[in-house]
Design a protein around this ligand. Structure first.
Ligand SMILES: C[S@@+](CC[C@H](N)C(=O)[O-])C[C@H]1O[C@@H](n2cnc3c(N)ncnc32)[C@H](O)[C@@H]1O
Length: 291
């Protein structure tokens, strides 16, 4: 059985094989300076599975029975899930203004149709981003809408990691993770559990849906349109050519007039005929024409 301190060194050819495998399957690019991250996490999994050679483990991921299940566990270890509630307030404020505008437009329209705002969080990790947006949407003032006109919203979180999604669906967080959530919001949207844990209330969880998908394979996924697409701290782990391809797929899923919000370093120089840059101080946002 392999122990971490007994792990063999990884030569550059071996590193390149793992680097290519991860990029091919997830899009995530491990630069040379993340070799120790790779070794640490491989060691953990190889120890659990009883492998002591990188090559034997690598080959098992290709051929063995259950290799898809094993890959799902490994990918969780090799991707970064760091996230927090209200991680980027400027971006959340931008989404708020956008949906407020949708409410204002709906209040002026003659249509009796309910207003339904759909938000997509791409690379949602353990759910904090989705629930932050959900709390903001739930707190919007809809009094301008006629009594007969209802406001609905829904949020879909997508991630490649099954364990992260399982946590997101449960919506249980230790109070340490709630340090950026105001006491008023905690009181309103969380139930207190034992041992310092809190769970997002059902009224909010029922507005959310968490789905496993690989954002490299969006082309073959259903073409549902979203009013807001929120993608932060995900593409920074990808090489530039892949970032561009994924953002094009995201733009194709923006409803007319929809808002795409990317993190500050997510993609430089995005130009696409269907979208126009929104002027903001720090985040990157684009509007699709035709609202
Ligand atoms: C650093 S977290 C960002 C979480 C959140 N968006 C935020 O900004 O706080 C990046 C997430 O992207 C997910 N991810 C990485 N590659 C992916 C892929 N190919 N398809 C879907 N999700 C992916 C990871 O599993 C991880 O949960």
């Amino acid at each position: 059985m392999a122990a971490y301190d007994q792990m063999p060194d990884m030569d550059s050819e071996e590193f390149k094989r793992w680097q290519s495998l991860l990029e091919e399957r997830t899009g995530v690019w491990l630069s040379e300076n993340r070799k120790s991250f790779l070794i640490t996490n491989l060691a953990q999994r190889m120890r659990e599975k009883g492998f002591d050679s990188y090559q034997a483990y690598f080959e098992s991921l290709d051929r063995s029975v259950g290799s898809a299940v094993e890959w799902a566990s490994l990918v969780d270890l090799l991707t970064v899930h760091e996230t927090r509630f209200f991680r980027d307030n400027e971006s959340i404020e931008l989404v708020k203004k956008h949906v407020e505008k949708m409410i204002k437009n709906a209040s002026k329209s003659d249509s009796a149709q309910p207003l339904n705002a759909q938000v997509w969080s791409v690379g949602c990790s353990t759910g904090e981003e989705v629930y932050s947006l959900a709390m903001m949407l739930s707190d919007l003032d809809t009094s301008k809408l006629e009594r007969t006109k209802k406001f609905y919203f829904g949020l879909t979180g997508v991630d490649i990691s099954f364990p992260a999604l399982a946590q997101a669906r449960e919506g249980i967080y230790h109070q340490r993770r709630l340090m950026h959530v105001s006491p008023v919001l905690i009181e309103k949207y969380f139930d207190s559990l034992a041992d310092g844990y809190y769970q997002v209330k059902n009224q909010l969880r029922h507005r959310t849906c968490f789905v496993q998908a690989n954002i490299q394979e969006l082309e073959s996924s259903p073409k549902q349109l979203y009013d807001v697409i929120y993608c932060q701290n995900v593409l920074i782990y990808f090489q530039n050519n892949r970032r561009q391809q994924i953002v094009e797929q995201l733009v194709n899923r923006l409803a007319p007039g929809g808002l795409l919000v990317l993190g500050p370093g997510e993609l430089n120089n995005l130009s696409h005929p269907l979208i126009e840059k929104v002027s903001t101080k720090h985040c990157q946002a684009y509007l699709r024409a035709g609202g």
